[in-house]
Design a protein around this ligand. Sequence first.
Ligand code: MRU
Length: 344
Amino acid sequence: MGFKTIIYRDNKLKIIDQRQLPGRLILKHCNNIKDIYNSIKTLTVRGAPAIGVFAAYGVCVGLRTTKTPDREKFFKALSKIISYLKKSRPTAVNLFWALDRMEGVAYKNKDKPTKEIKGILLKEAKQINREDEIMCKRIGINGAKLIRSGDNILTHCNAGALATSGEGTALSVIYAAKKRGKRVRVYADETRPLLQGARLSAWELKQKGIDVTLICDNVAATLMKQGKIDKIIVGADRIAANGDAANKIGTYGVAVLAKEHKVPFYIAAPSSTFDFSLKNGRDIPIEERDPDEVKSFGGLDTAPKNIKVYNPAFDVTPSNFISAIITEKGILTKPYSKSLKSLK
Ligand code: MRU
């Protein structure tokens, strides 16, 4: 791979500081709960699966200051850490999935000494990390079956190794196809306003030796009209029980274009991204971010200072626009309300 997005070694938690890419590949040490919260909030670490894995380790880092043998006090501290981290970002369900799993494991072992519970929690975080790596690999293997040699593939945002603790979701499909000797060319949407496509996907794909061409978001329609896109593969932040999928803002527009131009539109996501408590995508909470992300870039104003801004970070693609959902357990097709049940 060449780089690891999340590293937990010798009791130290480090992440690639994704705000610095592609200019600088530097690691940020996360030593306390505030570091964990801020790293998620500011997109220092981002991408749904990566946020989940990181938050699981974050619980362990947060508990370092809780040395009490008193179980009541310990569980109070744990619950404070978990509710705090749950406030960092609202859309990617992997965050809540990982935190609930950590809490569940702690309660399952509630009669053990608090020091032992801490050890169990660290083991669980490492397990979540390992599972994510395996899920990424399997998504790649499953998705690669859909790819034909010579395909031109469009992707949006970054659903690669930088967004997970493994090889990614959407980009894992591309890496697996290449490994199997298939020739693929990728078009990466730059992904306004934070440019995850330009800063992260373009960088990551180049690192992996993939033929990648960067485009402005508004070029995708022209490429599809010219018949230059064979497939679209993107990731997801939360998928409802009927297959409606939230992903980076702009994904829905790409899906609508795909339908018009009869280009297959695929979502690649692990089971940790599915939220069966939501019947459809209408109830997926959509994060709204700081207007400054739209009004300025790299310290320069790109709009009048006092302009009104609407800056949702995600949109929801209705399931009828999705040709198939690539998961670690297989490729799921319509009707999703039926096929998704295999993930439960
Ligand atoms: O705001 P971000 O950068 O966290 O948004 C990330 C995305 O929308 C990804 O496409 C999604 O999390 C899938 S990552 C495998």
